[in-house]
Design a protein around this ligand. Structure first.
Ligand code: ADP
Ligand code: ZN
Ligand code: ZN
Length: 721
């Protein structure tokens, strides 16, 4: 009898399909294979070698098996878990694991040339002599390298090859990643740092699951401490994974790693080419790449021997993926560590309430670094009550902030202005008729980007030239920009300090590792006096001469009023403040606000995080909100508005009736139109451990949802738009 297996393709299917195994193939669970599926041939992973129900007459045969190690059991269990918890098909999660199918093919051998062992008689010329000269050391070289080193053209080498003087060889390419040197010494740690580092190293050695929150003010040496635990993993030949929120911008972090360990880590982020990704994927699967630094998707790489996971800036909301498979990489990383029986360290100056709650429940360990390294002080924070300041219309910087900027520039120090708004102005309206320029695919205003001369939608990417006439009433030159974006602040500064060299830092102006590295160089060389940027500048940069941070509008993040608005604003303001005065020079922070009495502003102003946290926790607990309760968002969307209505009516009719679950909605989503899709939301709220997923699964299976309507489930939502 034929042998059968279940194969899961990386497609949005909830389960695998049964196939026959040809007699010449030996397969184990986890093997990568190709299978016929409909009229196509697709990739898949052997999920189960003992399928229960088999209808032999229908079965088709597996085509081929890839010559790579099988997907490890930990990865498979992780896929199952992520799929179950986030309510996405297993195959969709598998697709994140096999994000570069090209990696399954053997790497292209390298064609190199060397001098033949049996030299024929041949005519010698001076270019030929140069080629033989450089190959005399017996090290074969690629065509490109010979051409470059010997300064000859292609034809010279072709001639030598034809004459039988050179021979062609196929080499396996050299390893792409060097081994970081765990013996290299890091800095001498302070007593406080050393105690924590040694605990983290012990965890790595014990090789059991442990989750630890590593808290400490910016500059207290959190990075130095967790590098020690990476070092310990390396000592035992294990891999380490570090997730950073903005990996493409982490030039300083990478430099530090290289300085310490003698080589660069393997990188994983969306700016890599397919070849780079394939190389990294293979090296991670084979265990050759030891330290992997990446964006959230790196969590799904097929590590063979992972020894520790570090989540830097664990509170950062960019760990939540909002598109496609919706998941929280920080939370899933804890699960990955648990399944793999390894420690995980959640690092932050402002740990999330979720993590703090887990510490209080005794689920996570908690270590705290209390001093900034070398006695640097946290900056002094002043809150400016904008209600009492005179600022010309169309200007946004108050006299005290301008004074501080002036002093900073006079001392030849650097400053940073923070405003979490890209572009020139968030809204453009017509002075004649009041019409506001809106995206035609989304319910959002178009944002003016004056540098590009365009209006942009920040949600769908729609972009258009700025019209001269109002599209509504036709008045000419009547459109005006309302409110500030970073470009407008740059304009204001340029008008007041014409000699100051400033840079606007947003995802529009810095969008790759090279640009980020350039920026760091220019800041370090003090070619830039002032950075004006969005939350991108709040990330872990360390500039010794940066002594002033100005927050242009501290109230911005509090406006939407979602669940985490206060917490997030606190974290951002704290993080931005932490950029000032990280070395010998003391720093200061100036916060402009119209709400000086708001608890967040108060807490930042007097530096009382504990008080803020308890108040915030109290409110959340009283409302049964996370981390004390659980939320699930259900987003129903379609291009066909009427179909959405029908789906919502049916969903409403079959909604779970359960005393433990509170259902809010259906309501129009705040973004009721997004990329041309009409959207409605439900929000489910329950206590912890209610297994909401099971109830939702049942609900969605009985409700009638038209085919052209999409229902997205967002477990533990961060966005309520
Ligand atoms: P954090 O991650 O908490 O912001 P870092 O680890 O980046 O802090 O440390 C801030 C700066 O202080 C870095 O330049 C780091 O190299 C330096 N530093 C921290 N601890 C030490 C130490 N024990 N000896 C020497 N330099 C240190
Ligand atoms: Zn008009
Ligand atoms: Zn849009």
């Amino acid at each position: 009898m034929d042998c059968h297996v279940t194969v899961l393709p990386p497609l949005p299917f909830g389960k695998g399909y049964t196939y026959c195994v040809p007699s010449n193939l030996r397969l184990v669970v986890g093997d990568f294979v190709t299978i016929p599926l409909g009229a196509q041939e697709v990739l898949g992973v052997v999920w189960n070698t003992k399928p229960d129900k088999v209808q032999p007459e229908k079965l088709r045969y597996i085509k081929t098996k890839f010559d790579v190690s099988p997907l490890p059991e930990v990865s498979r269990r992780f896929i199952e878990w992520v799929s179950n918890y986030n309510m996405v098909p297993k195959g969709a999660v598998l697709k994140m694991v096999i994000s570069v199918p090209a990696a399954l093919m053997p790497p292209k051998p390298l064609t190199v040339y060397s001098i033949s062992k049996k030299l024929p008689v041949f005519r010698i010329t001076s270019p030929r002599e140069r080629v033989l000269g450089i190959l005399e050391d017996d090290a074969p070289r690629t065509l490109k390298n010979i051409m470059r080193e010997a300064g000859v053209g292609h034809s010279v080498i072709r001639g030598l090859l034809k004459a039988g003087v050179l021979v062609k060889l196929e080499h396996t390419p050299p390893p792409a990643f060097k081994n970081p040197d765990w013996r290299a010494k890091g800095p001498v740690l302070s007593e406080e740092q050393a105690t924590i580092a040694s605990e983290l190293c012990d965890q790595v050695e014990r090789a059991t699951f442990a989750a630890t929150v590593l808290e400490g003010v910016p500059g207290s040496g959190k990075t130095e401490v967790y590098l020690e635990s990476i070092c310990r993993a390396l000592k035992y030949g294990k891999q380490a994974l570090v997730l950073l929120p903005e990996i493409a911008l982490s030039a300083q972090w990478l430099q530090r790693f290289e300085d310490r360990f003698g080589c660069a880590p393997a990188l994983w982020h969306s700016d890599l080419t397919v070849v780079q990704r394939s190389t990294a994927w293979r090296a991670i699967a084979s265990g050759e790449a030891k330290v992997i630094v990446g964006a959230r998707s790196a969590l799904f790489l097929p590590f063979t021997n992972l020894g520790v996971i570090i989540i830097d800036e664990e509170h950062d909301s960019s760990f939540k993926q909002e598109e496609g498979v919706i998941y929280n990489a920080r939370d899933m990383a804890v699960v990955r560590a648990n399944i793999g029986k390894i420690p995980i360290v959640l690092v932050s100056a402002t740990p999330s309430l979720e993590s703090i709650f887990n510490v209080r429940r005794g689920q996570y360990n908690h270590f705290k670094l209390t001093h900034r390294h070398a006695g640097a002080l946290m900056p002094k924070v002043s809150v400016i009550d904008m209600r009492n300041e005179e600022v010309k219309s169309g200007n946004w910087l108050s006299p005290p902030l301008l004074d501080s900027l002036r002093q900073t520039f006079e001392l030849e120090e650097q400053a940073m202005l923070y405003l979490n708004r890209r572009g020139y102005a968030p809204l453009t309206l017509c002075r004649t008729c009041g019409f506001r320029l809106q995206c035609s695919h989304c319910s959002t205003w178009l944002v003016e980007h004056r540098l590009l001369g365009r209006l942009q939608c920040h949600h769908c990417g729609y972009s258009a030239r700025i019209p001269r006439e109002c599209p509504e009433c036709g008045s000419e030159d009547s459109l005006t920009a309302c409110g500030p974006g970073v470009e407008r602040i740059a304009e204001e500064v340029a008008g007041i300090f014409p000699d100051v060299s400033s840079r606007v830092i947003t995802s529009d102006t810095v969008n790759g590792p090279t640009q980020a590295a350039n920026l760091v160089c220019q800041m370090e060389a003090r070619e830039i006096d002032l950075l004006i940027g969005t939350q991108m500048i709040s990330k872990g940069y360390h500039f010794p001469y940066l002594t002033l941070v100005g927050v242009v509008d501290a109230d911005l993040g509090l406006a939407g009023g979602d669940l985490r608005a206060s917490e997030r604003t606190y974290q951002l303001l704290y993080q931005v403040s932490g950029r000032a005065g990280r070395a010998a020079r003391p720093g200061r922070v100036i916060i402009q606000t119209y709400m000086p009495d708001h608890p967040v502003i108060q807490a930042i102003g007097i530096g009382d995080r504990e008080q803020f946290l308890s108040a915030e926790a109290f409110d959340r607990e009283a409302g049964g909100m996370p981390p004390f309760g659980q939320l699930v968002g259900i987003i129903v969307s379609s291009k066909d508005e009427e179909a959405v209505e029908r789906a919502v009516r049916s969903l409403n009719r079959f909604a779970p009736r359960d005393d433990n679950i509170k259902i809010l909605g259906p309501a129009e989503a705040p973004l009721k139109l997004l990329r041309g899709r009409h959207r409605r939301r439900f929000l489910l709220k329950s206590g912890k451990n209610q297994n909401l997923q099971r109830k939702i699964r049942y609900w969605l299976s009985v409700a009638q949802v038209p085919r052209n309507v999409r229902v997205n489930v967002d477990i533990d939502p961060y966005s309520f738009l």
